[in-house]
Write a protein that binds this ligand. Sequence first.
Ligand code: CMP
Length: 140
Amino acid sequence: MATNRTFTMIKPDAVADGHIGNILKDIIAGGFKIVAMKYTKLSPEKAGEFYAVHAERPFYGELCEFMSSGPIVAAILEKDNAVADFRTLIGATNPAQAAEGTIRKKYAKSIGENAVHGSDSDENAAIESAFHFAGTEIFS
Ligand code: CMP
């Protein structure tokens, strides 16, 4: 069954490059409602915890270093079929393979510095949302 929420982060590369406004505009134009949002910075430990599922991957160290290198925007988004529709909106993990008009095609630099994160399943959307937000910080 499709859920109606997904979790996203605007990553340090896109924040540093001044893309927060344009990315949020694309997200809203894509039909998503922002039900929680914060401007924050992950410690290397917290980045490691968030991406623990990738701990055995060769890029894990680089990923944690990058994700803790500067501020991010974390948000919970609401829309019918949110997880799948958001992944369509952001495009492939590697921006070189992302479709024209997608957020990663427009704003990402590389597979590592790929502008935005989007949950890959309903289960992970719930886990990742709870990692960043208390129930009192979510407004639907
Ligand atoms: P994200 O959607 O946040 O989920 C895991 C992240 O790992 C992914 O986006 C990429 O930023 C990163 N990643 C995946 N594959 C590679 C790779 N081959 N090299 C560097 N980073 C990667």
